[in-house]
Design a protein around this ligand. Structure first.
Ligand code: G
Ligand code: MN
Length: 339
């Protein structure tokens, strides 16, 4: 099932008060009001009571909590802490999607791959990539059995948490984070609200959280994808056109999508030694510049390519030669070593 936004909530830590506003006419209206946390807990089952107490007690980071109401319904609290241990966010109806016959996967964890500026060699940002926790990795092929509809929200929430940590640990205030979206994510009514809550909750600058989209992801409903893309921009997210130059990527898509950045497919980048490919890449970089977009080269496996990429006109490079995808701890070490 697709979740829908049904309201908003705000938590004041000092008074331990939870204010809930329900905007749609559902049986969740019973949650509306200004509650002491202990009273609100009476509407929930025992485990959910402890879950929300724990989440609101954390005082920092993001909140993503599925609650079972005493009457058997489910609701999700999603949001983030702002300054001073107060938090706010939104209320989603329904569950992550484990009640419609699909088998949800175990929670995937993000790893972060550096995206390096070719102008100065500094790490400008990261792409968050989903990985199986090492102790839960399924056997080859089992992966496709799962339909994890909460993947994008989980990745967005965890990636923004990590971005906040990287920002404060490195005092590199403008480092960005790119998160991949697939077509199902574009159909999710709560995506914009989640992105908006994360941007304001983590006090991110415009364009600091960037969503990567492939044309493939949007093929099923291009009109919807373009509408969502504009909405994402409207709430302060950046947009990256992923895998450009491979498969179906067309100039029509480039014309219609309000993207600020272009990621060039690794197959094309790998053939930069071929004169014809180099000419195509030069033209692509020029085109991007005219459209006021930045260009990233993907799959850079050879350190020797860096100078050529700069000369051709790329702004950023990403690939094993510049940094492997790393868990947050190693990402922080990597940043400290380069500082
Ligand atoms: O589709 P997308 O561009 O989001 O895919 C990124 C994938 O490419 C990740 O799974 C990442 O691990 C992989 N990747 C990143 N850098 C390199 C590289 O230098 N070489 C190869 N072969 N794969 C890479
Ligand atoms: Mn990507």
């Amino acid at each position: 099932m697709t979740t829908a936004t049904v309201g908003e909530w705000a938590w004041t830590a000092e008074s331990r008060q939870l204010q809930v506003e329900v905007t749609s006419e559902t049986s969740l209206e019973m949650l509306a009001g200004t509650w002491m946390l202990t009273d609100f807990g009476l509407l929930l089952d025992g485990l959910s009571q402890r879950r929300i107490e724990h989440a609101l007690g954390a005082g920092e980071g993001s909140i993503a909590c599925e609650l079972n109401l005493a009457n058997g319904e489910k609701v999700q609290f999603v949001g983030a802490f702002s300054e001073g241990k107060d938090a706010r966010g939104m209320l989603l109806s329904g569950s992550d999607g484990d009640d419609d016959g699909d088998q949800p996967g175990p929670e995937l964890v993000p790893v972060f791959q550096p995206i390096v500026s070719l102008a100065n060699g500094a790490v400008a940002g990261f792409e968050a990539l989903a990985r199986w926790p090492s102790d839960q990795a399924p056997s080859e092929g089992a992966y496709r059995e799962f339909n994890d509809k909460a993947l994008a929200s989980n990745m967005l929430i965890q990636a923004c948490d990590a971005l906040s940590t990287i920002r404060s640990a490195t005092s590199q205030d403008d480092v960005f984070m790119q998160v991949n979206l697939v077509s199902e994510d574009l159909m999710n009514d709560s995506l914009i609200d989640l992105v908006s809550a994360l941007i304001s909750g983590h006090d991110l600058k415009p364009g600091q959280l960037r969503l990567e989209l492939t044309e493939q992801a949007a093929l099923r409903n291009t009109e919807r994808a373009i509408k969502v893309a504009h909405e994402l921009r409207g709430v302060g997210a950046g947009l990256v056109l992923d895998d450009f130059g491979s498969g179906h990527s067309s100039f029509l898509w480039l014309a219609d999508l309000p993207a600020d950045s272009l990621k060039v497919d690794s197959q094309l980048v790998a053939q930069i030694g071929n004169e014809r490919v180099k000419t195509i890449l030069e033209a692509l970089c020029l085109l991007a510049r005219r459209l006021e977009m930045k260009v990233t080269a993907e799959g850079v496996e050879d350190q020797g390519m860096v100078a050529i990429l700069r000369e051709v006109g790329f702004d950023y490079a990403q690939g094993f030669a510049l940094g492997r995808p790393m868990q947050l701890g190693n990402t922080l070490k990597y940043m400290a070593e380069r500082a």
